[in-house]
Each structure stands twice: as structure tokens, then as C-alpha cells.
Design a protein around this ligand. Structure first.
Ligand code: GLY
Length: 370
């Protein structure tokens, strides 16, 4: 039986491994330090509409296709892994704090309407009925019913359980190089110098994907994000995800069912800078308090740094590579949790020889050629 190695034990790598094992493939995941993975740090927004920007129309189609799969994916995963994958079917409100922020939100709403997206402008009164914890600074907003969220830490545990049950093996290791014989992949090498042979390799190594020794350029870079976790305890809890334009800054608050609220995130081009900074935490808490005043009373339980896998156009790199047998599942940037069901399905199909789905074709490495 052919053996596939998946480089990266995050959400994308584990989900792809699970999908391949379901097809009867022999699969091994090579997982680095999981505590540093974006899968652990992320907020888990499933937000193709409220996270989209004017320049990313092709990506929005991919993100929407993945959102469509989420409900069935979560149900199947709960069954296969025997654990709750943490999907929350609550809506998102996108709000504005100042008149300038409101103008920006109106522009976004117009563009979303042009794209045929389902988002409903809310009056100040409607906003407060939808999310009573919004502060007095917030005057306008949009309701997006289908921008849900998922507790990425629960999701990851569910995926690991499902993959293990399906027969996926996991080995610890940090991959430094992809080995090849001419144009054909032969395995990977780890930082301990060990050679792990394989018939096929899938790169799903997140922000670290641009650092492997490869016979071609893979334009993936780490984009630092600082992110906080608060605990509401006995205080009033959010019932929606809140995204805000707040005095020119952006902030989001994502509630979990246990009272945790994830507040994020900075966007910093500082490579693998590990520092949680006073300024980063201050700005996130300041903006969160302006939009949801009670958040200042919550307990601050975690301040973390993660690295989004960024690409030149903020979209993923999927499917075949210049090396035969090496498939790419990298560059999810801000959308790793959202894209997990779709990317795992498309890449598993491509690895299995079913060809690249039309949905993935705009996102191959070839688009960066020249
Ligand atoms: N998707 C949220 C973030 O990248 O901060």
C-alpha cells in the first residue's frame, strides 16, 4: 500500500490525514510543536462574509464553499471522533464605533450586497436586541446569520481522535527538507537528521511551510497575531460574535459556550517574533472595551502569539507542486479553521489521484510563476 506523509499536525494536516485514511490510505502525520501551531491559538471564526475584503473575491468563493460544508463536517466528525468538535451556530454582528468607522462599514456592506451576500444592516435598536452587550459608542452594524464560529481547540482534539480511530499514525518531528529523486518526492528529513521515506507527501505546515528546503520557491511567510482569552465567569455573556471597526482599528470578540471570549488579533509583519507586547494587549483590550464595555470586567486568562501562514495574495496554495507526489495544503492565512473541511477534502482527492477540483484550480502554486 502506498504511504503518504503529512507534514504538519495542525487542523489542515490532521483533517487531510483523516480524509485519506477514510479512503483506505496508509497515512503518517509528522507533527512539530503543537503548542506553537495557529490551530491552537486561533479564534475559530467561520466568517467568509465579515472577514472578507474588497481585493479577495476569488478567496471569498472558496471560503463560502467551505462554510457550506461545515454543518455536515461537524456532524460527521463528532460521530467519527466521539468528541464535540465545538461548532457554534450563532451569528456575527459587524459593528462600527465612530462616524468614520460607520462609513467604512457602509462601504463594506455595499460591496457585500454587490457580491450577493446575505448581510442585513441593523438600526441601533435592532443591534441591541441582537447583542445587548454592545456599548453606547456602537451605532450601526450588520447582521450576518451564517458567519458562525468553532472552538478550534475542541475541533483539533476531535480531529486527532477521528484520525487515530481511522488508523492515522503520528510521529513527532520538525521537518527541515523535502527529499526527492529528480522530480519525484521520496520523503522528508527532520531536524534530527532522520529520513522518513514516503510515496507521497502533503505539506500542511502552516507558517513554517516557507522554511523547508525545497527545489522550488514556496511563498509562505509568518504573519504574527497577538490574541487574548477572557473568562466571563458570572458576568453577562455575548450571544453573538462581534467584529468591530473601532477608531480605525479592527477587533473581534468570539464567545465560547463555556463563557470564554477570544479577543483578537494584531496583524504584524515581524516574522516569528514570539513577544506578547504591552502595546498589542493594550490595543486589543481598549478596542474590546469600547465595543463591549463589560469585557473590561472579565478575567484575562491568556495572552498568546500565533503566526498566520501568509501568501502574496492572502489565499492558500493548494494541490500539486513541481515535485511529483508532493501536494500542497498551505497558506490559509486568516482562514485556516474555516477552510479545514474543504481543503482536507480537495487535497485528499488530489492525493488519491482524482484530480484537482475546479474550486481549487485558482489556488495552485502556478499562479505565482514569473
Ligand atoms: N481570522 C482571524 C485572524 O486571522 O485574526
Amino acid at each position: 500500500m502506498l504511504h503518504t506523509l503529512i507534514v504538519g499536525g495542525g487542523l489542515i494536516g490532521t483533517a487531510t490525514a483523516w480524509r485519506l485514511a477514510q479512503r483506505g490510505h496508509r497515512v503518517t502525520v509528522v507533527a512539530g510543536d503543537r503548542s506553537r501551531a495557529a490551530s491552537q491559538v486561533a479564534a475559530g471564526m467561520l466568517a467568509p462574509v465579515t472577514e472578507s475584503t474588497f481585493t479577495e473575491t476569488p478567496l471569498m468563493a472558496l471560503n463560502l464553499a467551505s462554510l457550506e460544508r461545515w454543518d455536515a463536517f461537524a456532524t460527521e466528525l463528532a460521530e467519527a471522533g466521539g468528541r464535540d468538535p465545538g461548532l457554534h451556530r450563532h451569528p456575527t454582528v459587524s459593528v462600527a464605533a465612530t462616524p468614520d468607522d460607520a462609513a467604512r462599514l457602509r462601504d463594506l456592506a455595499r460591496w457585500l450586497a454587490d457580491q450577493g451576500q446575505d448581510c442585513r444592516p441593523l438600526t441601533s435598536r435592532e443591534l441591541r436586541t441582537t447583542e445587548p452587550l454592545l456599548g453606547p459608542a456602537v451605532r450601526s452594524g450588520l447582521l450576518v446569520e451564517r458567519d458562525w464560529s468553532c472552538d478550534n481547540r475542541r475541533l483539533w482534539l476531535a480531529l486527532q481522535a477521528a484520525a487515530e480511530r481511522a488508523g492515522v499514525r503520528t510521529v513527532a518531528g520538525s521537518v527541515t527538507a523535502v527529499e526527492h529523486d529528480g522530480d519525484r518526492v521520496t520523503g522528508v528529513r527532520t531536524d534530527g537528521g532522520e529520513l522518513l521515506p514516503a510515496d507521497r507527501v502533503v505539506l500542511a505546515s502552516g507558517a513554517w511551510a516557507g522554511g523547508h528546503e525545497l527545489p522550488f520557491e514556496l511563498p509562505v511567510r509568518p504573519v504574527k497575531g497577538q490574541i487574548l482569552r477572557l473568562a466571563a465567569g458570572d458576568l453577562p455573556r455575548l450571544s453573538t460574535t462581534v467584529r468591530a471597526f473601532s477608531q480605525g482599528f479592527e477587533v473581534y470578540l468570539v464567545p465560547r459556550s463555556d463563557g470564554e471570549v477570544v479577543v483578537g488579533a494584531t496583524v504584524e509583519e515581524l516574522g516569528f517574533d514570539e513577544r506578547v507586547t504591552a502595546g498589542g494587549v493594550y490595543e486589543l483590550l481598549r478596542d474590546a472595551r469600547r465595543v463591549v464595555p463589560v469585557s473590561a470586567e472579565y478575567e484575562l486568562t491568556e495572552c498568546r502569539v500565533g503566526w498566520r501562514p501568509g501568501t502574496p495574495d492572502n489565499a492558500p496554495v493548494l494541490g500539486p507542486s513541481p515535485l511529483e507526489g508532493l501536494e500542497l495544503a498551505v497558506g490559509m492565512h486568516r482562514n485556516g479553521v474555516l477552510l479545514t473541511p474543504l481543503v482536507a477534502e480537495l487535497v485528499a482527492r488530489s492525493v488519491a489521484g482524482d484530480g484537482l477540483d475546479p474550486l481549487a484550480r485558482p489556488f495552485t502554486l502556478a499562479r505565482f510563476a514569473g
